[in-house]
Design a protein around this ligand. Structure first.
Ligand code: ADP
Ligand code: MG
Length: 632
């Protein structure tokens, strides 16, 4: 049988990835073996699952295994498995392109990152098979999909492309029996250590001890019947905690495809009772790059009685815990369950709830034991966990225990809601908050002035999700949440720290008249102009009406949903501000008053961080005023 090889070029993303691999990964080349073993093990897992419904596929050899051995004459390292194997199309698709979504975005991140960070990004992505080119100048893959008659040969130097053709009879002998994959790495001169058995053994034991399939250091064609595998080959998550070392947990965490970071939480437990399952789950320290990618796969693998079922079971993890990685192994689900039916299985829902409770308990513990470390974690994942406040009523109480918020209380420090409540002033029955784009703008908000003057603490919310969960959560410990940029607020019952703040602005007839005049001038832009309790230093601020959308919510909606509703905001004026007093008490021509009204409104908008609807008009009015000011 002779067949000409077909030459194909790599997808653009692969070429870039290979370039990055070649330049950035030198620090820890051992991981290539971890990647190949992990692929081999996945292939075994997948065939094990397939053969539940199609027993014929694995019937001639049901002992799934991985063999790793060298051929010193050719300086090749062989990684062989009798898993599912690949068809010709699969070889092209899996090893010639990067099918995963979001890859381009990741590539851009990698391209921009410093060299030292590249490794971690690549690790997150799991550079996978391409890691082979860190140690090999040429890689051959011989593969036959279980149940197929043809064996294929794929080959590449990891530069521009690859060749694919049918495997020769000699090459076919390199796979185990009639299925699976053999990977032949032509080891570079500077990587000769990977041709030494001791080195291989050490790397396998470090990285792949927990792998489900046994790994042998021998040529499958000449393997001794009673050979011992070099790994333990038992599912790590089924071992008792006392028998697993921290290193093993960490290696497992790295293998299941996250970064090079230490996990914040390692949770390993066995649930018994109404539902039975084992779980080994990790909460990462660093945010996965695709946390907000809607097509992101669930990062938790589902096993049923040690058989791998799927790594994207929708509904297995609460969406607000989508950063959790690891394995859940159920005893209750039927082995032959179809992947499509999983999502609606009540067992999955029960596991999801039980797992969420457990993870939140572990997070709460860390939050109490090490607030600083927890603060870092919260900075990365807080916005995601807060999605749970929005839609997981059953976990809300626990979520509030782990939730942290910025507040005006202790500059820059995070607080819990219960601490906020414990600091509330006598007579205060609402939890005050302000939400906006970032902490610095919020801290300078004019709406805060009156609260600050009276020593009233205000929470500062800066995540988009905040405005949404606040709609769903009316109260905490019986205290309602109250936005300080919305509706009327009566602060007169709270004594201020200085006399000026304490004394409310007088509602003189002149001020009332001014408010009316301004309201008339600005009637197209605001629904009302009124005297404010909120202000001490600034002349004006904007607030939302009692029954309308809050100020920041409106901004968010405008960005995300092209919200066009006519605004019903209110302009509040500071009855003690010299500018307002002069406007109220001195005579002005109507043009001057109109300019002043619009400038005040624009000023309030600017402080709010909003674009001005008519910047040219603003500039013209401003120039008028400056001219008058200079002339005087
Ligand atoms: P990942 O494992 O994250 O999907 P890899 O680059 O490691 O990425 O592998 C790409 C794909 O190639 C795998 O998803 C799998 O479909 C296929 N593959 C790689 N190695 C094997 C193997 N030994 N047997 C079967 N399929 C494999
Ligand atoms: Mg892989």
């Amino acid at each position: 049988m002779t067949q000409t090889a077909e030459k194909l070029t790599f997808g653009a993303d692969v070429s870039r990835l290979l370039e990055i691999v070649a330049h950035a990964l030198y620090s820890n080349r051992d991981v290539f073996l971890r990647e190949l073993i992990s692929n081999a093990s996945d292939a075994c897992d997948r065939l094990r699952y397939e053969s539940i419904s199609k027993p014929d596929l694995a019937k001639d050899d049901s002992k799934f295994r991985i063999h790793i051995y060298k051929d010193a004459d050719y300086r090749t390292l062989h990684v062989v498995d009798n898993g599912i194997g690949m068809t010709r199309d699969e070889l092209i698709e899996n090893l010639g392109t990067i099918a995963k979504s979001g890859t381009r975005a990741l590539m851009e991140q990698i391209g921009k990152a410093q060299d030292k960070d590249k490794l971690s990004l690549i690790g997150q992505f799991g550079v996978g098979f391409y890691a082979s080119f860190m140690v090999a100048g040429k890689v051959e893959v011989i593969s036959r999909h279980a149940g197929d008659a043809q064996t294929w040969h794929w080959e590449s130097d990891g530069r521009t492309g690859f060749e694919i053709r049918e495997a020769t009879a000699e090459e076919q002998k390199l796979i185990i029996g009639n299925r699976g994959t053999a990977i032949l790495l032509h080891i570079n001169a500077d990587a000769s250590e990977f041709l030494i058995d001791e080195k291989l053994k050490q790397v396998i034991q470090t990285y792949s001890d927990h792998i489900n399939a046994p790994v042998y250091l021998s040529d499958p064609a000449h393997a001794a019947k009673d050979e011992d595998p070099v790994n333990k080959a038992s599912a790590l998550w089924m071992r008792p905690r006392s028998e697993v070392t921290q290193e093993q947990y960490r290696e497992f965490y790295n293998t299941i495809g996250f970064g090079m970071d230490e996990p914040l939480v390692t949770s390993h437990w066995r649930a018994e009772g109404k539902i039975e399952y084992s779980a080994l789950l990790f909460v990462p320290m660093l945010r996965p790059w695709d946390l907000y990618d809607p097509s992101r796969r669930n990062a938790v693998r589902l096993y049923v009685k040690r058989v791998f079922i799927t790594d994207h079971c929708d509904g297995l993890m609460a969406p607000w815990l989508r950063f959790v990685r690891g394995v859940i192994d159920s005893e209750d689900l039927p082995l032959n369950i179809s992947r499509e039916m999983l999502q609606h299985n009540p067992v999955i829902a029960k596991i999801r709830n039980s797992v969420a409770t457990r993870i939140l308990t572990d997070l709460e513990k860390i939050a109490n034991d090490d607030p600083v470390l927890y603060g870092t974690f919260w900075g990365q994942f807080g916005p995601v966990l807060k999605e749970g406040l929005y839609d997981a009523v059953e976990h809300r109480e626990q979520l509030f225990k782990v939730a942290r918020f910025y507040s005006t209380h202790d500059n820059g420090k995070l607080t819990t809601l219960s601490d906020y409540v414990s600091r509330m002033k006598a007579g205060q029955d609402e939890i005050f908050y302000i939400s906006g784009e970032n902490i610095d703008t919020l801290k300078n908000s004019p709406q805060l002035e009156g609260f600050r003057a009276r020593g009233l603490e205000v929470l500062l919310f800066t995540d988009t999700i905040d405005d949404f969960w606040l709609q769903q959560v009316p109260e905490y410990l019986g205290k309602t949440f109250k936005s300080i940029t919305k509706g009327s607020i009566d602060l007169s019952k709270f004594p201020g720290s200085d006399a000026a703040a304490e004394k409310p602005a007088e509602k003189t007839p002149e001020i009332i008249k001014l408010a009316e005049i301004l309201k008339d001038i600005l009637k197209d832009d605001v629904s009302d102009v009124r005297l404010s309790d909120r202000l001490t230093d600034s002349p004006v601020c904007l607030v939302a009406g009692d029954n309308s959308v809050d100020i920041n919510m409106e901004r968010v909606l405008k960005i995300h949903q092209k919200y066009e509703a006519k605004s019903t905001r209110i302009l509040e004026i500071n009855g003690k501000h010299p500018l307002i007093l002069r406007l109220a008490h001195e005579k002005h021509d109507s043009a001057g008053l109109s300019d002043a009204a619009h400038l005040l409104l624009d000023q309030a908008r600017i402080i709010q961080g909003e674009p001005l609807p008519d910047p040219a008009a603003f500039a013209r009015r401003m120039a008028n005023f400056m001219e008058k000011g200079l002339a005087a």
